[in-house]
Write a protein that binds this ligand. Structure first.
Ligand SMILES: *Cc1c(COP(=O)(O)O)cnc(C)c1O
Length: 462
């Protein structure tokens, strides 16, 4: 790819160049992601049914797979201006250190107190809840980034925020918890005995360290029991990918300014929201036949939903209170080994990304966490930013691809999403530094046992 202008270390957009609309990639997909199903009737969830759990406007966004551009309300844009546009960084130092002819770019989303991209959707979801006249929202959080982001958004809009935090993180990450409380959120370790589903799970597994699926069940139950509350989710759903498209839209504008065309676009994939957002406008261009890129999703080998899961309807949560989603899944009660410290622990993958992957438009790679932390350490020492373990999955594959370019003498443009910072992940870094980090990769037998518990629908793969 030819570039004429000298490219600065950081490519910033002006405020006036920030996106005014979200981009909905589903509008350009010929085959759409499968609809959410009501687990009782196995019929597609209606807006009315979804409206009992989610805010009205967000339900409309969830179900809309034909409108390509959806306006970003001014109030949300004002909030974005406090921490956006996010820089697109040319990783000159990393290129030099790797001695690669490749050009490496990363979009840095760690420039806010929550330390990740999750604030982009948190503010949108809180805004629509407020606009509907609700009193508050409930949610789950794993490592704590989403809970923190939502707490910040709720504080700004004066909404009540109730967070169910996966117990192992609640105990290992007390600092995250205190950030959330500082922004006014109520934080409960999950499973808890404040909900029926939590009590039930504790009875069956008294020693459980919790899981995202279980915390989701508790948060949904809490929202449906409380007047004026709705549940919000930080990833997986179509609406979240829609909000996160701001990442890709800014990136594409910044690259267009310097005539840069990425050849390879890489992102870590937990529930799929940052990757879905980063690739959205590029994937849209490809779906419309205007361009060609390689897209790579990177997931942990210990929670390999795309590379080893099945594409099937499954529950989004352990308690089976949420709708069924068709996605690449490891089974809704799959819980990654407790020694997995790198985040990205969700058992399924966003239906939009799952469908793109199934159509062969997206590649996936699973990487082991020790290699992820090696990449994180390398990146921190060379580029200066201490990356989140989640983000480091993308760093690992970006470095691998840059090395491949060196070996093949290819000058490719590599773009990856640097989703956040790792200041609250120092227990994981400690294990890495102490050389006692291990990786537990689930066996085929374990996965098979988990798949056997998928909901029984016609045409479900086994
Ligand atoms: C939550 C999180 C992720 C993974 O979530 P996605 O929905 O897959 O984007 C990645 N990086 C960071 C820093 C996160 O906080």
């Amino acid at each position: 790819m030819k570039t004429t202008k000298e490219i600065p270390y950081k490519i910033y957009l002006e405020e006036s160049e920030m996106p005014t609309h979200y981009y909905n990639v589903r509008a350009d997909m010929k085959k759409k992601p499968a609809p959410l199903l009501n687990p009782a009737t196995l019929q597609p969830m209606t807006a009315e049914e979804l409206g009992q759990v989610f805010c009205k406007e967000l339900v409309a966004q969830e179900l809309d797979d034909s409108t390509a551009y959806i306006p970003i309300p001014d109030e949300i844009r004002s909030f974005y201006k406090m921490y956006r546009p996010a820089p697109l960084v040319r990783a000159y130092e990393l290129e030099r250190k790797l001695n690669t002819p490749a050009h490496i770019y990363y979009k840095f989303e760690g420039n806010n107190t929550s330390g990740s991209h999750k604030l982009n959707s948190a503010i949108a979801q809180a805004y629509y809840a407020k606009k509907q006249g609700l009193r508050g929202v409930t949610t789950e959080t794993g490592a704590g980034q989403w809970g923190t982001a939502l707490s910040m958004a709720c504080a700004y809009l004066e909404l009540d925020c109730r967070v169910y935090m996966v117990k192992v993180s609640y105990e290992q990450k007390p600092f995250r918890r205190e950030v959330m409380r500082t922004y006014g959120a109520t934080v409960t370790p999950s499973p808890s005995n404040t909900t029926e589903i939590g009590k039930h799970i504790l009875q069956q597994h008294p020693d459980t360290t919790g899981s995202l699926g279980c915390a989701i069940s508790e948060a949904v139950e809490d929202a449906t029991r409380r007047e004026g509350y709705r549940y919000v989710l930080g990833s997986v759903l179509n609406q979240v990918l829609l909000h996160q498209s701001i990442i890709g839209l800014e990136t594409k504008s910044a690259m267009d300014k310097y005539d840069i065309v990425p050849d390879i676009i890489i992102g870590c994939a937990g529930g799929g929201s940052n990757l879905g957002g980063l690739i959205a406008p590029f994937m849209g261009a490809q779906l419309r036949g205007e361009a060609q890129y390689r897209f790579i999703a990177v997931e942990p080998a210990s929670c390999p939903s795309l590379t080893r899961g099945v594409y099937a309807y499954d529950f989004c949560d352990t308690g089976n209170v949420c709708p069924l989603a068709k996605m690449y899944t490891l089974g809704s009660d799959f819980i990654p080994s407790a020694n997995h410290a790198g985040g990205l622990r969700y058992h399924g993958m966003s239906p939009t990304l799952s469908e793109l992957y199934d159509q062969g438009l997206l590649e996936a790679r699973a990487v082991e966490q020790t290699s992820v932390f090696e990449a994180a350490e390398y990146f921190a020492r060379v580029e200066g930013i201490l990356p989140a373990p989640e983000s480091s999955h993308a760093i690992k594959v970006a470095i691998d691809e840059a090395i491949r370019c060196r070996e093949n003498g290819e000058q490719k443009n590599i773009l990856f999403g640097l989703t956040g910072t790792g200041y609250f992940d120092l227990v994981a870094y400690q294990h890495f530094n102490d050389h006692d980090m291990t990786d537990y990769i689930p066996t085929d037998e374990e996965l098979k046992a988990s798949f056997a518990k998928l909901p029984k629908l016609d045409n479900q793969p086994r």
